[in-house]
Ligand binder design. Structure first.
Ligand code: SAH
Ligand code: SF4
Ligand code: F3S
Length: 430
């Protein structure tokens, strides 16, 4: 039996798209290999959000080249955001002539046809520069109790640093009823946690109140399950969504609300369309509806012209919000974006110093928060169980470990926090 292996880079959107690529391969009779080494088809589903993401892909292509030298009959394909970047596909063709198929984000569902063409002796390089209509693919979901569901594709926001609108195209929302049908089927087949995906879920269907309506519609099914969603753009997050979240236990008490920076001057240059005060107001509204909500964020360090004073505004904001989780990134120049042409690029030593300070600050805040949770009880969805330890997440996205046997895997369990070890929460089943 022929085998495939997919190397996935980047965000949840890509993780889910790899499940769709796997679905196409599965339909053609392929089964999943354990590694690149024993696969007949190797795919790289790539990301180009930062330079480091691209470097990782190029490094892995070096390893795959060696596999191809030993077994020339292996089919190698590269797809996703990296080849979709203007000029990138041609660069890949030149630099890595051993790649059989190069395709982008808008034509991923055509993989089957590209495999046929390779089998006929062709080399495929096909990048579509416009989106076309939303196509459905078979999906081979990762095993477990969690599933991803796309509710929209693309992004219209053009944050000045970001490559996503260029490689993912304009915003398109999926049909409301189609989403409801997919989620219902997932719940009925036993999935316990479903994450709705979009670059800006709050502008689903053209904006408020559509997303709130969708959330409410997804709480109508029988049984215990949780709906999560990401990512929320602060400018589009509206009160009706907080209200919908508070209205049902079936919607997780968790919001990923990336702020990017605390300085209003930098936020304006980033084209984020909110001030730090407006952002804090949204946090206040969310917490007024859902007091125990978990909030996480992304912050970028070293955007062009960022001064020490600007950086300290990000620190102040982090101290004020007290995030449950913070993802920090060093600004990376992306050609074709507005910020790439800005004067005042910040040197790497300054960026590194600032990100280290921010990580340390968040670590201390995380520690304090973790201690304050000791004694609390949470309903946790148990994911993996390894060597008698279960790992699960609460509705408010707290990661908790606890003694458990295999039977708890994929089940909702009540856990009491007995200890906080740095940022880690340890609990016991109660
Ligand atoms: N659509 C989401 C996130 C998309 S990318 C949103 O609007 O928040 C995920 C994160 O990568 C972003 O939140 C941002 O913090 C980071 N990012 C995007 N472009 C970047 C760049 N050029 N350099 C460094 N980090 C970047
Ligand atoms: Fe990028 Fe901004 Fe769109 Fe997010 S909202 S994907 S950061 S352009
Ligand atoms: Fe990367 Fe594309 Fe996602 S650039 S972050 S994989 S949308």
């Amino acid at each position: 039996m022929k085998k495939f292996f997919i190397n996935t880079y980047g965000c949840q959107m890509n993780v889910h798209e790899s499940e769709k690529l796997a679905g196409i391969l599965h339909q053609r009779g392929y089964v999943q290999a354990n590694s690149n080494e024993d696969a007949d088809v190797i795919l790289l589903n790539t990301c180009c959000i930062r330079e480091t993401a691209e470097t990782r892909v190029l490094g892995n292509l070096g390893i795959i080249k060696k596999i191809k030298e030993k077994r020339p009959e292996v089919i190698v394909g590269i797809c996703g955001c990296m080849p979709q970047k203007p000029g990138s596909a041609q660069m890949l063709r030149k630099r890595c002539p051993f790649i059989n198929i190069i395709f982008g984000t808008h034509n991923m569902y055509r993989l089957g046809e590209y495999l046929d063409r390779v089998e006929r002796g062709e080399k495929v390089l096909e990048i579509w520069d416009s989106e076309g209509k939303i196509e459905t693919s078979p999906i081979l979901r990762e095993q477990g109790a969690h599933a991803w569901v796309n509710i929209m594709y693309g992004c219209d926001n053009f944050c000045s640093y970001c490559i996503v609108p260029y490689v993912r195209g304009r915003e398109r929302s999926r049909d409301f009823n189609e989403i409801v049908t997919e989620v219902r089927a997932l719940v009925e087949s036993g999935y316990k946690e479903i994450t709705l995906l979009g670059q800006n879920v709050n502008s689903y269907g053209g904006g408020s109140p559509q997303f709130g309506k969708l959330l409410r519609a997804l709480t109508a099914f029988d049984g215990e399950y949780r709906i999560k969603f990401m990512t929320s753009h602060p400018k589009d997050f509206t009160e009706d969504v907080a209200e919908a979240m508070a209205s049902s236990e079936k919607i997780a008490n968790y919001v990923h609300l990336p702020v990017q920076a605390g300085s209003d001057r930098i936020l304006k240059l980033m084209n984020r369309k909110y001030t730090s005060a407006e952002y804090l107001e949204k946090i206040k509204i969310i917490r007024s509806f859902i007091p125990d909500v978990g909030i996480s964020s992304d912050i970028m360090i070293g955007f062009p012209t960022e001064t020490e004073e600007d950086y300290l505004c990000s620190e102040e904001l982090v101290k004020e919000v007290k995030y449950n989780n913070l993802f920090t990134f060093i600004y990376s120049r992306r050609s074709g974006t507005v910020a790439d042409k800005m004067d005042g690029q910040v040197d790497i030593a300054t960026k590194t110093d600032r990100i280290e300070r921010l990580i340390k600050l968040q670590f201390e805040i995380g520690n304090e928060l973790a201690k304050s949770y000791v004694g609390n009880k949470y309903r946790v969805l148990c994911g993996d169980v390894v060597d008698g330890v279960g790992y699960g997440k609460s509705s408010c996205d707290k990661s908790i470990s606890f003694a458990a046997d295999e039977s708890k895997k994929g089940k909702f369990i009540d856990v009491k926090i007995i200890q906080a070890k740095n940022n880690k929460l340890i609990g016991e089943i109660c």
